[in-house]
Design a protein around this ligand. Structure first.
Ligand code: FES
Length: 149
């Protein structure tokens, strides 16, 4: 596929997640709630995570933000559901490397739609938009991990 076609495809994937967000909402019961905002624009996300037996049993998000931040949140929740905490953190590291334009090691991880965001690395001002939800997830699972250790 030419890079122009790939760009178009990636743009479509991003807009699809923005217009039809996966896992939108708030988890009730004994879920973890993480609030985070992007200091450069004030946009915010509320992520709720249900962690069970060292796994991300469920994840939902609410928030207001640009298409990049909201589509990234949608993709992130989709990607981490069912993963164990280590895998979720590994995915986050891969995503962070992708945003920094570094080589990233997918290993045996399924990146799914996340790859559609790789073009964001060309726009430094938007990187904070793309990483907002991931930072919230890292904060949530790391807190839980520390409590277990
Ligand atoms: Fe605010 Fe993207 S402009 S999160």
């Amino acid at each position: 596929m030419s890079s122009k076609n790939l760009d178009t495809l990636y743009r479509q994937v991003i807009m699809d997640h923005y217009k039809n967000p996966r896992n939108k909402g708030v988890l009730e019961d004994d879920s973890l709630t993480i609030n985070m905002n992007n200091p450069t624009c004030g946009d915010r996300i509320q992520l709720t995570l249900k962690l069970e037996d060292g796994k991300v049993a469920d994840a939902k998000f609410e928030g207001e933000g640009c298409s990049i931040s909201m589509s990234s949140a949608s993709m992130m929740t989709q990607a981490i559901k069912g993963k164990n905490i280590e895998e979720a953190l590994k995915l986050s590291k891969v995503f962070s490397d992708m945003m920094l334009g570094k080589e990233y090691d997918e290993d045996d991880l399924d990146l799914g739609d996340i790859e559609a965001l790789q073009g964001v690395s060309q726009f430094p001002a938007r990187i904070k938009c793309a990483t907002l939800a991931w930072k919230a997830m890292e904060k949530g699972v790391s807190t839980e991990k520390e409590e277990q250790e």
